[in-house]
Ligand binder design. Structure first.
Ligand SMILES: *Cc1c(COP(=O)(O)O)cnc(C)c1O
Length: 420
């Protein structure tokens, strides 16, 4: 499908007059529309809840919008827990899905009354030693082997560090029941950025069968199944996009055929989506600073991999629109780069684009998740601002850009107490 930016050149210029490029901008209307579609797709399940994976876009203004749409937070660290709490998300509106968990992080999650999602069976003793074993505990599953849909191998759980084996889960449940736990959740994240409507239904079917086996083996009450993240987005224009209604119906079919006959139809479905909730509703807006003509044609932006790491890190495709030239013919081929002293700092390689001039403003698509949040300070690059575009066209800066003072804030060194 053709990819159309949610922002016009005029609006980008209006924002840039106050908040210089580069900046990430988020489309509030799109975020809300999508969150509602997810909720509707799972409305058949009484306890359904999405726990937004905070790591995708850790900004309290975004968390607040999602909270208004009925979402909680999925956190993995102390800092993410503090962020959720600051946004007013606490108690069972928080899922704590951590691994290699420090005691300080676990204490914070327990103190907030979050659902604790244990990555390993040894954490049962950790909870017992801390003297705080919750009434409901979630356990993370790793089935080993490969995860396939039809003939396609999607991922290799046996190579993943996460979760525990089925035997370990059964053991953990029995021990937790001795310690007073009454309800259990089951969690698994078996494939990332999937582009098919079949991922969740297949995962659900494996998890529902697991729930039946664990209930039969231990007598435990399974209260929820957390399908975690993994629903992908169409980064490329030619890629099909997932249909959340079809996905919701697919999960419902498995629920009806596997859980209902077992009398287990009180189980709530939880999700922990990050990318699906935010990626399409963010653009990285950047200005063309430089052009050069050597063995290839280069366009240099004021943004770099420190603002969006995915292309440099995974060779990920992000669509680029030159604002104001949406309908121009794509008759030029450019490498679009940032200014890091790293040759992989390229947003696009040999990309067909319209003729570009210095001063043009580009929108890099699908940067709403794992965009700003993966930013870093290599080469002394400073992280960009984040801007929220409201449905009425007004906008609000929801994080200022870093300054050199931020970069030096962790140093205590004569000469660096400079007035920036
Ligand atoms: C990253 C992560 C998610 C979100 O994944 P997406 O691919 O962004 O949907 C959910 N749960 C856990 C435990 C994660 O680590």
């Amino acid at each position: 499908m053709k990819k159309t930016p949610f922002i016009t050149l005029e609006k980008a210029k209006e924002i840039a007059a106050q908040i210089p490029t580069p900046f990430h901008v988020y489309d509030e209307a799109g975020i809300r529309r999508n969150a509602r579609a997810l909720k509707e797709a799972f409305a058949w399940n009484k306890g359904f809840k999405e726990y937004f994976a905070v790591k995708a876009t850790p900004n309290p203004f975004i968390i607040k919008i999602l909270q208004e749409e009925g979402c909680g937070c999925d956190c993995a660290t102390y800092t993410e827990l503090v962020l959720a709490e600051a946004a007013g998300v606490t108690g069972h509106n928080v899922m704590f899905s951590s691994n290699v968990t420090p005691e300080k992080d676990m204490r914070k999650a327990l103190q907030m009354g979050a659902y604790i999602n244990l990555d390993d069976a040894t954490y049962v003793d950790f909870l017992a030693q801390m003297g705080d074993v919750p009434e409901t505990v979630c356990l993370r599953y790793n089935p080993g082997g490969s995860f396939s849909l039809g003939n396609t191998i999607m991922d290799m759980p046996r190579d993943a560090k996460y979760g525990m084996t089925e035997d370990q889960m059964a053991g953990a449940i029995l021990r937790l029941m001795e310690l007073g736990t009454k309800h259990f959740g089951l969690h698994a994240f078996l494939a990332s950025n999937t582009g098919t409507n079949e991922y969740y239904p297949e995962l659900a079917s494996q998890m529902f069968r697991l729930a039946v086996r664990l209930r039969n083996a231990t007598g435990a009450h399974i209260a929820f199944i957390n399908l975690s993240g993994g629903i992908g987005v169409d980064y490329r224009p030619e890629q099909p996009s997932c249909d959340i209604r079809v996905i919701g119906e697919g999960v419902r079919n498995r629920y009806e055929s596997i859980l209902r006959p077992q009398g287990m139809d009180d189980i709530a479905i939880f999700t922990e989506l990050g990318r699906f909730m935010l990626a399409p509703y963010g653009h990285l807006i950047s200005t063309v600073l430089h052009q050069k003509h050597i063995y290839r044609e280069y366009v240099g932006l004021d943004a770099c991999a420190a603002d969006l790491m995915r292309p440099a890190m995974y060779g990920a495709y992000h669509h680029i629109t030159v604002l104001g030239k949406e309908t121009a013919i794509l008759d030029h081929v450019y490498d679009v780069t940032g200014g890091l002293c790293e040759n992989n700092d390229k947003f696009a390689v040999e990309r067909s684009l319209p003729a570009i001039q210095i001063g043009d403003i580009v929108a890099i698509h699908d940067t709403g998740a794992h965009g700003h949040s993966m930013g870093y300070n290599y080469n002394g690059k400073l992280r960009s601002a984040e801007v929220l575009l409201h449905p009425d066209g007004s906008f609000q800066m929801i994080r200022r850009a870093e300054t050199a003072a931020d970069y030096f804030a962790t140093l205590d060194f004569a000469g660096l107490e400079y007035k920036w």
